[in-house]
Ligand binder design. Structure first.
Ligand SMILES: *[C@@H]1O[C@H](CO)[C@@H](O)[C@H](O)[C@H]1NC(C)=O
Ligand SMILES: *[C@@H]1O[C@H](CO)[C@@H](O)[C@H](O)[C@H]1NC(C)=O
Ligand SMILES: *[C@@H]1O[C@H](CO)[C@@H](O)[C@H](O)[C@H]1NC(C)=O
Length: 584
């Protein structure tokens, strides 16, 4: 096993995560199997309980692990599947050591940070690095470890010590350390002092970076690079300049231009590894696909998608949704123009008599090529979402409702078409006369408690749904692990919700034309709804955005986006003709 450590200094938020994922991607383009671990020096054990406003989006893994956006980034860049163990926190490792102490594993010895905690950390890294991360089930060749926080913090000292020891254990040629620093520009001068200082800190902690990645808003001047090299006692080749680029998808190309592949090959002795031939998909290698998909298209058609939600000022809460749309736009070679509409401004139906804010919101909505209602909790703004959904349904504007968004579509349909004016969700109104959405917990056999439905679950497309555009989109989807069995198409997506369509109302909804084309394996939970005679009107109870990949956009999003762009037919044809071919 080879390890790449990515640490950071000066200040946090300099883009360590993107550099770590991009390094992983470059290793992958060499044909290596890459996995990633994130170290978060927090005391928390689970991100699920943290407020989205404080923490950004909660990202869900196959195993139901709730983490934050970094693991999502790794999965999307590298097209891999991680588990909750790929995120290690101070809280998790302390709990692990304390549990062992309680069980008497340490034979009554005094348990200390060094060696007990640091040993436990190394064991964790070595165990988790070996876990397979894709369908080939093969052990990865390289593990990229991103150390959160900045080196020198009190918080990450035990991790730094464990990594120092891991480096020794792995041996020469098996460990590479990239330290990410920042070069501020003051009065047009690129300042290297903070970098010199952080390198000093890292060295005094016992680590010695092989590469210093310097983040800077501009391109680094040759004299700056020389200065960093001289004052930090490294060769100029060891200084990697990473200037700001218009899109984070371009960072791998910036790193490649800096010769990172050569450095990786040399320091990690990659020439000595047996590397299998590269997989070609759609006639191109991963790297060729990456470069062409992410290249800037100046003249491409602009597609406007309105995201109708709450927390609209916190784009962070919808990161995966936004990524899924970006990936879809790249696939369709269109430019995404994402506009956020606060649903509470849509509550007055006509928008003629109402406030300026409401008029503006309606104007944006009317101009959109597609309308998306994402997931969320609570009642605020839900009436506005219902109105937006009705607008999309009646005016044949492509629509995607995700989780809460699907439930909104059901409520709207029940009220308008099925003539059930009191239709609502138990989540918004505990006393609802016609609760078309109810609390449907999953019974957890371990804790014997009712829990949130969390993680990967199958969805079965129902017999007689051959007409379904969603079904068409899912055929051959490698990421959602779709299988065409004798009894139809089965797909797998990640869930995170408590409320669902009330089965008691399904017959009435269905007989009025709301088609539940996908259900769970018991046929009790409604997973996918779709309208006929509409360019694209789809609701999904799961969160397909958690599985989107840069080069494999989530299929429901891709279908929705393509319908909004007017190229759904071409996209479907392209997907059907796709086959992975092995390059010789
Ligand atoms: C890892 O877990 C901790 C605690 O649950 C959480 O705060 C952190 O955001 C998670 N990190 C990642 C990368 O998911
Ligand atoms: C609101 O204005 C639009 C366009 O000006 C018009 O078509 C619509 O009928 C108006 N609605 C009401 C309720 O007056
Ligand atoms: C992504 O991974 C899946 C499953 O491991 C694989 O079938 C697919 O071809 C990969 N896609 C790309 C673009 O590498």
């Amino acid at each position: 096993m080879k390890y790449v450590l990515v640490s950071g200094g000066v200040i946090s938020g300099v883009g360590k995560g993107i550099i770590a994922s991009s390094t992983g991607l470059l290793l992958k383009t060499r044909g290596l199997k890459v996995t990633m671990i994130k170290i978060d020096p927090y005391m928390n054990i689970d991100a699920g309980t943290m407020a989205p406003t404080e923490h950004g989006e909660c990202f869900v893994l196959d195993d139901g692990g709730e983490t934050d956006l970094d693991l999502g980034n790794y999965e999307r860049y590298l097209n891999i599947t991680l588990s909750r163990d790929h995120n290690i926190t101070t809280g998790k490792i302390y709990q692990h050591v304390i549990d062992r102490e309680r069980r008497g594993d340490y034979l009554g010895k005094t348990v200390q940070i060094v060696p007990h905690l640091t040993d436990a950390l190394q064991e964790w890294f070595m165990r988790v690095a070996r876990l397979h991360v894709d369908e080939t089930k093969a052990q990865p060749d390289v593990c990229v470890i991103e150390l959160g926080g900045t080196v020198g913090d009190i918080e990450n000292a035990p991790f730094v010590e464990a990594l120092r020891q891991l480096r020794r254990k792995a041996g020469a040629g098996n460990f590479l350390h990239i330290h990410v620093s920042m070069i501020p520009v003051i009065n047009e001068e690129q300042k290297t002092k903070p970098t010199q200082q952080t390198i000093k800190d890292v060295r005094s902690a016992g680590l010695n970076p092989d590469l210093i990645a310097c983040r800077c808003k501009d391109r680094l001047m040759a004299s700056t690079i020389d200065k960093v090299a001289m004052f930090c006692q490294v060769e100029t080749e060891q200084v990697v300049a990473v200037h700001d680029v218009p899109s984070t998808y371009h960072v791998p190309m910036v790193l490649e231009k800096q010769g990172l592949i050569t450095s990786l090959t040399k320091i990690l002795n990659l020439d000595k590894l047996e590397i299998p031939s590269k997989l070609k998909l759609r006639g191109a290698t991963t790297w060729e696909m990456w470069k062409s998909s992410t290249s800037v298209q100046h003249h491409s058609q602009i597609v406007t998608i309105a995201l109708v939600g709450k927390y609209t000022s916190f784009a962070d809460s919808y990161i995966s949704v936004i990524k899924a749309l970006e990936h879809s736009a790249m696939f369709c070679r269109r430019k995404l123009n994402l506009v956020m509409v606060d649903s509470s401004h849509l509550e007055e139906d006509d928008g003629n008599t109402s406030s300026i804010e409401s008029q503006k919101a309606w104007e944006i909505l009317r101009k959109a090529d597609g309308i998306l209602v994402p997931g969320g909790f609570g009642t605020r703004g839900t009436e506005g979402m219902i109105v937006a959904t009705r607008y999309a349904r009646i005016n044949k504007v492509p629509f995607l409702g995700v989780c809460l968004g699907m439930q909104i579509a059901v409520i709207e349909y029940a009220r308008t078409i099925c003539k059930i004016p009191g239709a609502s969700s138990k989540e918004f109104d505990d006393q609802a006369i016609d609760p078309v959405i109810i609390f449907m917990p999953e019974v957890d056999s371990k804790s014997m408690g009712a829990t949130m439905r969390l993680g990967m679950r199958p969805t079965h497309f129902q017999p007689g749904t051959g007409w379904s555009q969603m079904r068409g989109m899912y055929r051959n989807s490698p990421v959602a692990a779709s299988r065409d069995t004798s009894d139809g198409l089965v797909i797998h997506e990640r869930h995170r919700h408590r409320f669902e369509v009330n089965p008691a109302y399904v017959p009435k909804l269905a007989s009025n034309g709301l088609n539940f084309v996908g259900k769970d394996d018991q046929g009790e939970r409604m997973e996918v709804l779709e309208l006929k005679d509409h360019p694209w009107f789809v609701g999904v109870q799961f969160h397909p955005e958690y599985l989107t990949k840069v080069l494999e956009p989530s299929r429901p999003y891709l279908g929705f986006f393509a319908a909004s762009a007017g190229c759904l037919k071409e996209v479907m044809e392209k997907l059907q003709s796709d086959k992975g071919v092995v390059e010789n």
